[in-house]
Design a protein around this ligand. Structure first.
Ligand code: UDP
Length: 313
């Protein structure tokens, strides 16, 4: 059955892949984006589809549309971008959640929140399970994002308890793939772009901090499966790849894969940079019958291809 689906942040990295997949499934997709970090290039290939519609809209303002489902992805997600205007970042998460929950309430839509592994802060529990409450500095440089997303989770669960809203809260761990922005400072895009330009690879700290990288197609599959779970199954649910790598290891793999002549240089570790991060995805495995399928090497190769084309190298 064709559904009308709103994707906020629909022209961003994850949003554009999600819109594409939902259209391919035969749904009608309304993409709302203020184009702060979302890019038209990400969705230009979808514009000819009569079931795809784009709205320039900032979710800190109310939105009146009629839809069956809402994926709330809108928020700058990389440290460079979310720290550029931290007050606006918190507003996007908090006012944005209130507006989208209000919309979901009015039209009785199911609503999925793109929450984040950042709700765990610099975790003292490893790997992170959903019942861990986190270790977040409430006034550090990352707080605008971390606390904004935590408050959005609070709002989702209160709308669920107080108004019976049909909510899904996904905690998304580091994801990578084509359509990441070259300039957003994320580690995978930084390293690949640096390698392709023959520039030094900038490892922050000694590179012993860890992350677990999920390829975008795997993540999108999980989001759609989660949205399809029965009413009352709210999460929060970790979504990501549980295979953990150090940042130095990632740097070496990117150099090998691209055949770059770049050398690795070490720069200071940013404030409150989590030392380790790996999702426990038992809940997703059990509930969604899902686990990531695409190994890091394959995902990196696809991403390198994308950036090669983009940079013309
Ligand atoms: N990082 C790095 N070099 C870079 C960019 C990032 O060593 O050029 C490190 C960063 O300090 C962090 C990890 O890579 O430990 C992941 O950073 P990213 O910004 O991609 O995501 P997040 O910190 O939000 O997980």
């Amino acid at each position: 059955m064709r559904k009308r689906i709103l994707v906020t942040g629909g022209s961003g990295f994850l949003g554009s892949h999600l819109c594409e997949r939902l259209l391919a499934q035969g749904h009608e997709v309304l993409c709302a984006d203020n184009f702060y970090t979302g890019r038209k290039e990400n969705i230009v290939h979808l514009l000819a589809d009569p079931y795809f519609e784009v709205l320039r809209h900032d979710i800190t303002f109310p939105l009146y549309v009629e839809v069956d489902e809402i994926y709330n992805l809108a928020c700058p997600a990389s440290p460079i971008h979310y720290q550029f205007d931290p007050v606006q970042t918190t507003k996007t998460s908090v006012h944005g959640a209130i507006n989208m929950l209000g919309l979901a309430k009015r039209v009785k839509a199911r609503i999925l929140q793109a929450s984040t592994s950042e709700v765990y802060g610099d975790p003292t529990v490893h790997p992170q399970t959903e019942d861990y409450w986190g270790n977040v500095n409430p006034h550090g440089l990352r707080a605008c994002y971390d606390e904004g997303k935590r408050c959005a989770e609070t709002l989702f669960f209160d709308y669920h308890r107080q108004h019976g809203l049909d909510i899904k809260v996904a905690r998304i761990f580091n994801t990578f793939g084509p359509r990441m922005a070259a300039n957003d400072g994320r580690v995978v895009s930084n390293f690949i772009v640096q390698a392709l330009r023959g520039e030094p690879i900038t490892v922050y700290g000694d590179g012993s901090q860890t992350r677990s990288f999920c390829y975008v197609d795997d993540l999108i599959e999980a989001l759609i499966r989660f949205m399809g779970t029965e009413k009352g199954f709210t999460g929060p649910m970790n979504l990501g790849n549980p295979t953990e790598f150090t940042i130095l290891d990632l740097a070496q793999r990117v150099v090998e894969l691209t055949g770059a002549k770049s050398k690795i240089i070490y720069l200071p570790l940013p404030e409150n940079d989590p030392m380790q991060r790996r999702p426990d995805i038992s809940l997703a495995r059990k509930t969604l019958d899902w686990e990531p399928k695409i190994p890091l090497e394959q995902g990196l190769a696809e991403t390198v291809e994308y950036f090669r084309k983009m940079l013309g190298s």
